[in-house]
Design a protein around this ligand. Structure first.
Ligand code: ADP
Length: 758
């Protein structure tokens, strides 16, 4: 028979049950506690008195510091669910803190609670059982576990990202084939590969060009012995940017161990040090070059310890001092020229403050020869500012010194020569500013050398001549051409002098323009003589003119008287005399004109005249002067011309007379005119002796005459063409000649007709 629980036994079960039980009324909102068991009292640190008959929320108020759990609301909700649905309702893992009795503090608690309604026969809820299980430990454990897993995950993530982001290349090669298990971007980049292209493949299958270079053996060694390998600045072939390059690597091969300690592969860590290797190589090369350069220029070097007085010197240093091998400092000092010891000492003293040592001194070699040396050094100090060492160089400058002396001598010589010259000499830079003048110019101007430097020399020219001279010089400077110009300058003594200055452009060795070298010659005397000559010619021709004019008058009277008397022969002789007088008059006229031109006094009487009429009259007269030549006219109508009829006539006369004179063996002279929009041109063509090419542009010069044996064949003063060209120039026209020796000449002039009335 089945044993039954004794009467009242259920009460014991209730009390002794390890499950916590609270019996609660359904009197919302109080939910009065009807009964409670031991387990519950234990779990909540309460006594029966504190709970029974009290509202559950009065006994277990909310923890004011717990703002998130909403435990009261959730509990009420669960109560209501149980009562309404008449079924158990469970709340899982929620927080409901328990007051620490006697204080206002709470203890954190987590619960999983079931509220179970108890129904009567009618099925109505009478009360309900509230049974919370304390899950605080469990929850805490769960939280800790979660945190642990999270931390582990984080660690893994961090490790991975460290691995991936490490600035050095890292890879794990597994097994005897060194299959790439893991490789980070830097190493991929170094290999010129992508991770996808490498992971899962034997490394030497990808990096085929690295096969057979000894890397396999290195890896094998590490994998089999467990001894790591470290490589420094090792060259490795890398296929990068589409070509095979040699890069330099620092790398480490470490054995990769499994948890059980067995070696299953190799970890490779690599950094590219190509740049550093190159930099170091370059540095080494630069050092080598510097050393070679020091040797090449014959620099000696020294390192002087200021504390001990000890000095380390190079062999070159010793050689410059006349020793075969380096000696002690004392020995070096001994051979300085005694006269230079003081300045050397001063230089050393000054160096300690200035930080730099610099002096030149003489040393005497064992063979008694003297050598100049230049010492340069830099002082090194400790942090307290105490001078410790001087490092420096030594150079034999004997050659330079000698060259400098020679240069100074030759410059002195040049100065003496230029100073002694009666002409001034000057030099300018490429901007035309004076860089040198000789003593003569200084004497002329009475200003010291320095006052001229950097100025324009035109400053001393008299006002009237300044503009012309400056313009000529500036033009020449612009074109870098030679020039010549005459002007007057005022000397310091108050006298005015004529000068002719010429300048010649100068070029540097590299071909660039460097300025001018020029001279100024005093031509006052020549000018004076020329003036005297001009004056003489003027006076002489003037004095000659009066008697010749009266002579001419008498001959004409005489000729007429003889004709009347019927003395035909005598009359003809007098007629010839008149012809000669005409020539004399014309010669005197030429002389007078030249003096007028030279003194700027040639007068013009410009007016409008009919050109062709005047020309026809003139040519008719000229035809009468020759029996041999026929003047052939080819004329275009020229209309009215503005100018001096007499002067222009004088030019035509001169050209035709010359044509007749210089073509003794021909019988034709052609005079032709042409006209275009703004010029009337007249040409006189002959078929005579012509003019040599080299003389063509000389014929218009004053006093230029046909030379050689012909000089006496053709009389003349050499003034006609000069006067003609001056006249045409003054009338605003041009004059020129074309000629061929032995064939004939054509002299032409052109006059402007731009403002002629049509
Ligand atoms: P002149 O005839 O008095 O010598 P010009 O000034 O008229 O002086 O001429 C200067 C020089 O030019 C002459 O001496 C001569 O050599 C040359 N000349 C001038 N006209 C001619 C010409 N038609 N044919 C050849 N030579 C000429």
């Amino acid at each position: 028979m089945v044993k039954k629980v004794p009467e009242g036994g259920y009460k014991d079960i209730f009390n002794c049950s390890p499950a916590t039980i609270l019996v609660m009324d359904i009197d919302a909102p109080f939910y009065t506690i009807l009964d409670v068991n031991e387990a519950y009292l234990n779990a909540t640190n309460s006594t029966r008195e504190e709970l029974v008959g009290k509202s559950v929320f009065g006994a277990f108020p909310a923890n004011p510091t717990d703002e998130v759990s909403k435990n009261i609301e959730r509990t009420i909700f669960s109560f209501e669910q149980a009562i309404q649905t008449k079924k158990s309702h469970t709340m899982y893992n929620y927080r409901y803190d328990i007051p620490i009795r006697g204080t206002d503090k709470f203890e954190e608690r987590w619960w999983t609670t079931t509220n179970t309604p108890i129904l009567d026969e009618r099925g109505d809820v009478v009360y309900f059982i509230h049974s919370p299980a304390n899950v605080t430990e469990l929850i805490k454990l769960g939280e800790r576990e979660k945190a642990g897993v999270e931390a582990l995950k984080n660690q893994r993530k961090q490790l991975y990202s460290t691995f991936m982001q490490a600035p050095v290349g890292i890879a794990i090669f597994k097994g005897p084939d060194y299959v790439v298990e893991l490789i980070n971007p830097p190493l991929c980049e170094l290999y010129g590969q992508t991770p996808e292209g490498m992971i899962g493949k034997p490394v030497f299958e990808v990096l085929t060009h690295a096969k057979g270079l000894g890397f396999e053996e290195l890896l094998d060694d590490v994998r089999l012995t467990g001894k790591p390998f470290r490589g420094h600045d090792l060259p490795a072939p890398i296929y990068r940017n589409g070509k095979l390059e040699t890069v330099y690597l620092d790398f480490v091969y470490e054995p990769f161990r499994e948890d059980d300690g067995s070696i299953s592969g190799v970890i490779a860590v690599a950094t590219e040090v190509t740049e550093q290797v190159y930099a170091r190589q370059q540095l080494e090369e630069a050092e080598e070059r510097a050393r070679l350069a020091v040797d090449a220029v014959g620099l000696g070097t020294f390192d002087l310890n200021l504390l001990t007085g000890e000095m380390i010197t190079s062999k070159q240093f010793a050689n410059i001092f006349g020793y075969d091998e380096p000696v002690s400092r004392h020995e070096y000092v001994k051979v300085f020229h005694p006269a230079d010891l003081e300045s050397r000492k001063k230089a050393h003293e000054a160096a300690l403050d200035a930080g730099k040592l610099l002096y030149e001194a003489r040393v005497i070699w064992p063979d008694k020869s003297t050598h100049w040396v230049k010492v340069e050094g830099k002082v090194y100090y400790d942090t307290a500012g105490k001078a410790l060492r001087i490092l420096g160089t030594l150079l034999d400058i004997t050659g330079q010194k000698k060259a400098k002396e020679a240069l100074a001598e030759s410059e002195q010589l040049l100065r003496s020569i230029t100073s002694a010259a009666p002409t001034t000499l000057w030099m300018s830079d490429e901007y035309g500013l004076i860089t040198y003048v000789n003593q003569t110019w200084i004497d002329w101007t009475g200003m010291p050398f320095e006052a001229h430097i950097g100025t324009k020399w035109t400053g001393h020219i008299v006002e009237e001549d300044k503009e012309n001279a400056a313009e000529k010089f500036e033009n020449a400077l612009l074109n870098r051409s030679m020039y010549e110009v005459e002007f007057r300058i005022n000397h310091i003594d108050g006298t005015t002098h004529w000068c002719v200055a010429n300048g010649r452009p100068q070029y540097r060795r590299d071909g660039s323009f460097s300025g001018y070298i020029g001279a100024c010659v005093d031509i006052t005397e020549q000018k004076y003589m020329q003036q005297q000559k001009d004056d003489f010619i003027g006076i002489a021709s003037h004095e000659l003119k009066t008697p010749v004019t009266s002579l001419k008058a008498y001959t004409q009277v005489l000729e007429r008287m003889l004709q009347k008397k019927g003395d035909v022969r005598e009359a003809e002789m007098i007629g010839r005399m008149d012809g000669q007088l005409n020539r004399l008059t014309s010669l005197i006229g030429d002389l007078l004109d030249v003096t007028k031109i030279n003194s700027g006094k040639l007068q013009f009487n410009n007016q409008e005249f009919d050109f062709n009429t005047a020309l026809e009259d003139l040519l008719e007269d000229l035809q009468r002067t020759t029996t041999k030549h026929t003047i052939v006219k080819k004329l275009v109508p020229a209309g009215l011309i503005h100018g001096d009829k007499e002067r222009i006539g004088q030019v035509i006369t001169n050209l035709v007379t010359n044509a007749i004179k210089y073509s003794p063996h021909s019988d034709k002279i052609i005079v032709y005119t042409t006209i275009n929009d703004n010029e009337l041109t007249l040409c006189v063509q002959d078929f005579g002796i012509g003019i040599a090419k080299k003389n063509l542009n000389k014929v218009f010069e004053q006093f230029y005459r046909v030379s050689g044996e012909m000089q006496h064949t053709f009389p003349g003063l050499g003034l006609g063409l000069y006067i003609s060209s001056e006249i045409i120039k003054r009338e605003g026209g041009r004059i020129w000649v074309t000629s061929e020796e032995g064939k004939g000449s054509t002299f032409c002039f052109a006059l402007p007709i731009a403002n002629r009335n049509k």
